[in-house]
Design a protein around this ligand. Sequence first.
Ligand code: AMP
Length: 360
Amino acid sequence: MSHRTLPPGSTIGMLGDGQLGRMTALAAARLGYKVHVYAPDAEGSPCAQVSAAVTSARWDDLDALEAFARSVDVVTLEWENVPVAVVEHLGRFAPVHPGGNVLSVAQDRVAEKSFVNNLGIATAPWRAANSAEEVAKAVAEVGPRCILKSTRLGYDGKGQARIEPGIDPAEAWAAIRSDAGIVEGFVTFACEVSVIVARGLDGAMAAYPAVENRHKNGILDKTLAPARVSGETAAQAERVARRIAEALDLVGVLAVEMFVTPDGAVLVNEMAPRPHNSGHWTMDACHSDQFEQLVRAVCGLPLGSVERVADAEMENLIGDDVLRWPELLAEPGARLHLYGKAEARPGRKMGHVTRLLPRG
Ligand code: AMP
């Protein structure tokens, strides 16, 4: 496949203005690229603080979108819920990676699970359910212990309700406040892992090793890199991520979150076509980190090496955890990353710290 390489000095348009955009902009700057961020209320955001240009405008402002797209050489994103219509509009004026085909799968849990299952890749058993009656029927089919999730716009465990014997499915339906749901069988997992794979314009891929993710209150708390799983399970997780990236014809970075069952099987939970919290450790422990890979992929550069120089443990700083910054700064070897967010609200990702460990 022939493609155009965007040389250093080019401008990358970034949809979304959070910490993932910020860390991508920092990686872009290191390679001599500029970032122009677009988001509603982008002014002063974590990404805007380190970007060359900022457009603060609504997702439905077609003129602002056009002017933005015309001012950049390529568009990428740090938030997979950018409306597909926005990406399609932008695509008339600049290349957009990943494209609307990827977003339409990743934005909807039913589309996502159907896509994955159609590739022959396993997930928890699931049923779409769009009313209290359909939830009750799905529970009868999937099993008495399950999770009802809204199909769209859920993250960090939001828009989810557990269902078990004694819990009325109608209450769960009311609790998720959504008009479209998915009932998933509850997986008794040994651990949760994720694999981040980068895929270039030429179809080349590079995958980081599977890492282990531990959650607290539905939010990622710690990532252990690499995952403490068998070589076979790690290889299977990597194969799954590569297969999905290829089938999506993805250009960019894809994170695939998976459950590992007690017998070592891998079930896909969800995916995100962008850098991911479970890949932050790569900034400190790998030759090329996940943010640099995104820059390389969308600019048509060769992908970097995913080799790790150390094992690592990444800890998120959520809400008031960030107040520990003085002690973390004083800790030898602790690599502190703060996102420039003014207000430490509960549940808000304020930063992270990575500790390197001898390579196992
Ligand atoms: P999600 O938003 O789908 O990533 O879900 C957030 C977290 O809830 C996951 O990381 C798991 O810890 C847990 N979870 C989600 N779905 C299931 C499931 N089907 N079975 C067991 N735990 C789940």
